[in-house]
Write a protein that binds this ligand. Sequence first.
Ligand SMILES: Cc1cc2nc3c(=O)[nH]c(=O)nc-3n(C[C@H](O)[C@H](O)[C@H](O)COP(=O)(O)OP(=O)(O)OC[C@H]3O[C@@H](n4cnc5c(N)ncnc54)[C@H](O)[C@@H]3O)c2cc1C
Length: 334
Amino acid sequence: MRKSSEVVIIGGGSIGCSVAYNLAKKGVKNIVLLEKRYLASGSTGRCAAGFRQQWGTKTNCMISRSSAKIFKTLSEELDYEDIEYRESGYLLIAYEERQVRMLEKNLKLQNSLGIPSRKLSPDEARKIVPYLNTDKMEAAFFCQEDGHVNPFKVTFAYARAAGRLGVEIHTYTKVTGIQTRGCKIRSVVTDHGTIATDTVINATGPYAKLVGQMLGLSHPVEPERHQILITEPMEPMMGPMVMSMPIRLLPNWEMKRDFGEDCPVSKWSATINKDEFSSSIPNVSNLNSFSRRVMQYAALNVHFGQQPDRHGYVFPPWFLLPASSAWWLHYGLW
Ligand SMILES: Cc1cc2nc3c(=O)[nH]c(=O)nc-3n(C[C@H](O)[C@H](O)[C@H](O)COP(=O)(O)OP(=O)(O)OC[C@H]3O[C@@H](n4cnc5c(N)ncnc54)[C@H](O)[C@@H]3O)c2cc1C
């Protein structure tokens, strides 16, 4: 491991690896990325792989619109065979008038920013997802340019491209402390040695608060537990991701199985958030009857302050540390 570095990035998820690549591409030399387990071992490798532009704030809409643009050509840019970015659509279902009003307001905002989302009647929604139970449905909202992308492949693609640009990546290297003098960062301490640096990027997702505490900072980021169920491979039943507003149901039928040699967790298949699945899609109400569960787990996502997350943040250093050292907190989007 290098003894000193211009920038140390903590966290080898999609955010840390993307930041590493983009900094190196912009000409920053001597970057080290530290990951306590393997790449994508955190929230990134446990998520439902959904990607959407249907948001309710201008910032989120613009971040995801710009991300969509990047995803479209990312495989080529990173010289990676296929990150599996698929615009198979995202269908948001509303069961109450209150939700419809909120989604209509969001729709107006999205359309004003060029996001081609639209409102559908229950019958129109069923044409897109024939298995949908439309009994109590008020309306649905759909954007064909949403969909999913393989989070492992995105992370590995960024990591490899960053490596080609000279970024040094150390997996199974845990950051245990950050040393300072006055308000300046001096070095990052790991279980494999110490690296002198004055710039640290905290890309540790749900662990961001813990890592911030190493500097005596209190980031308003709270971990949140989410449930995922993974089945054995099964016939695809629907194209889009389906999300019901009250229960946040996210079936993803198309996630591919093989994540390559970089990932100890291989051979995954579809991921399904099972909570109250049966009420929306009755034909698959009893998952046990037609599909064996391969894996079920709870994983950590993040809350920002008191609000549920669903936001992407990049905090400038002055927000957190009013000094010449740079401390950046990068934070994922859902
Ligand atoms: C069940 C579930 C479903 C989700 N579904 C979606 C979805 O469909 N679409 C979507 O956009 N988002 C989804 N998300 C959210 C998404 O997974 C996260 O926003 C995103 O992966 C965050 O990436 P990250 O790189 O910031 O964090 P992470 O992937 O968690 O990476 C942080 C890394 O930091 C490492 N780390 C922590 N502490 C240290 C330390 N001290 N030293 C070294 N390394 C350290 C961790 O090991 C980890 O690998 C979901 C999340 C969950 C839990």
